[in-house]
Design a protein around this ligand. Structure first.
Ligand code: ADE
Length: 228
């Protein structure tokens, strides 16, 4: 899988891919991340990528031309499945979106800045708009990193244990059950006995019950009316 990320601050997007699981995913060839500095696609001497809003109003707007040049140059080299624009008014990122996007091959991610991009970019180039939550960040870069992480960890071979992404919270619209490791008792605080019983079917049943109970208590919005 390949991500081409268009940004005015590529430095924000270097470190997330230089450590741990994402770094290894790149090294093992599961994913390629290519950062594109929008300023490299500006023809004027001032390297201007934004301008005042038509009609007035506070805040600068990212101009269409450099974005067009960058996306067109990328599309000349390969086909893209999606051009995603990171914006607080996009659809909120959910596990289901990460699952769906993990099946794609080539994705362009455009990071917004200032007030955002000229509306014509959204109308003519963007295929999908994603927000990582109902709050406003200073730019789309951290959102892009979050989106990439949520997708890359799902790619086959990226996580050591193939089943571990499937047992994450949200994978079946349930929160994950509580987890424990050694020691079985610490300062008098004990691990639930069932988990050390060796009775695998009973353990599975306990985990399902716990996942359901936690979801009902903490995130009832994830359950359908019949499930409540
Ligand atoms: N850019 C600014 N805020 C954002 C958000 N919440 N999600 C995605 N991109 C953003």
């Amino acid at each position: 899988m390949r991500f081409d990320i268009i940004t005015v601050v590529p430095e924000i997007l270097t470190s997330p891919f230089e450590a741990s699981i994402l770094k290894r995913a790149i090294e093992k060839g599961h994913v390629e991340i290519h950062l594109h500095n929008l300023r490299d696609y500006v023809t004027d001497n001032y390297k201007q990528i934004d301008d005042y809003q038509f009609g007035g109003g506070a805040g600068m707007v990212m101009m269409i031309e450099p974005i067009d040049k960058c996306i067109t140059a990328l599309k000349a080299k390969r086909d893209y499945d999606e051009v995603i624009y990171m914006t607080p008014d996009g659809e909120t990122l959910k596990q289901g979106i990460a699952n769906e996007l993990s099946l794609k091959e080539n994705i362009i991610i455009l990071c917004g800045h200032y007030k955002g991009v000229d509306q014509r970019v959204r109308e003519h180039f963007v295929t999908r708009e994603i927000s990582i939550g109902d709050y406003v960040l200073s730019g789309g870069e951290l959102g892009a990193a979050v989106l990439c992480d949520s997708i890359i960890r799902l790619l086959p071979g990226v996580l050591g244990n193939e089943t571990s992404a499937l047992t994450d919270s949200f994978q079946d619209n349930l929160l994950a059950p509580p987890i424990y490791t050694r020691p079985a008792e610490y300062k008098g605080w004990k691990v639930p006995e069932i988990l050390t019983s060796g009775n695998t079917p009973k353990i599975e049943e306990w985990r399902e019950e716990q996942a359901y109970a936690r979801t009902l208590a903490l995130r009832p919005d994830l359950l359908s009316e019949e499930e409540k």
